[in-house]
Every structure is written in C-alpha cells, then in structure tokens.
Design a protein around this ligand. Structure first.
Ligand SMILES: Cc1cc2nc3c(=O)[nH]c(=O)nc-3n(C[C@H](O)[C@H](O)[C@H](O)COP(=O)(O)OP(=O)(O)OC[C@H]3O[C@@H](n4cnc5c(N)ncnc54)[C@H](O)[C@@H]3O)c2cc1C
Length: 89
C-alpha cells in the first residue's frame, strides 16, 4: 500500500549512502566519524522507528556522540575537568 512517504537524503553531503540511497549504518553508527542516525527501521530494536522506541536509541547514541566529542586523554590539558564531570556539566 502506498502512503506517499519516502526518505530523501539529497541534502546529505557525506558519503554514507548505499546504491539505493539509504544510509549505511549499524546500530545507528555510520562510517563517518561522529555521524549517527535515529529512527531507522530495526536500528537496534523492533520499535526503533516508532515513538516508543526512539528514546532508548537516542540515549545510547547520545553516549556515543559524547564519547566522540570528548577530547582524547592525551589531548586534555591540566585545566580540563575530569571526563566524568565534563559530561554531566
Ligand atoms: C509517515 C510517518 C508515520 C509514522 N507513524 C508512526 C506511528 O503511527 N506510530 C509511531 O510510534 N511512530 C510513527 N512514526 C515514527 C515517529 O514519527 C518517529 O519515530 C518519531 O517521531 C521520532 O521522534 P524524534 O524526536 O526522533 O524525531 P521527530 O519527531 O521528527 O522530531 C524532530 C524535531 O526536530 C525538529 N528539527 C529538525 N531539524 C531541526 C533543526 N535544525 N533545528 C531545530 N529543530 C529541528 C523537527 O522540526 C522536529 O520537530 C511515523 C513516522 C512517519 C514518517
């Protein structure tokens, strides 16, 4: 049954699409560092593409993004707070 809905990633300027124009991802992680996706069918669970499923996936991916944005330990300066306190600030 057609319902007139289709995904359009023509705005996306990152090479993460497959031959069918769909984003290549695994559990919401793409091969582009720091680029994550949400709401995809079966992203992590059966309800990942539904209102009651997106929240759990968002929480998991927020952690991944926070880790990505955290400076590597060898790049931290003495004035940086510890990683644990930085994330909750
Ligand atoms: C056609 C269709 C039918 C669906 N039917 C159902 C259903 O019956 N039951 C069900 O459980 N789920 C359904 N879903 C899925 C459900 O809509 C999504 O799982 C849910 O809305 C995802 O929530 P979200 O908060 O991640 O994204 P969204 O609900 O899309 O919220 C994202 C918000 O961010 C805003 N936004 C985007 N970009 C920016 C920006 N740059 N700056 C500021 N704000 C921005 C948008 O305006 C939007 O308000 C349906 C989805 C579609 C497309």
């Amino acid at each position: 049954m057609g319902y007139g809905f289709a995904r359009d990633y023509s705005w996306l300027r990152v090479p993460v699409l497959d031959a069918h124009g769909e984003i290549i991802e695994r559990h919401g992680m793409t091969r582009a560092p720091g680029l994550v996706v949400l709401g995809m069918p079966f992203l992590r669970k059966r309800n990942s593409a539904f209102i009651d499923g997106v929240g759990g996936d968002a929480a998991m991916l927020a952690g991944q993004v926070a880790t990505f944005l955290s400076p590597a330990p060898w790049r931290r300066t003495a004035s940086d707070p510890p990683a644990a306190t930085r994330r909750s600030a």
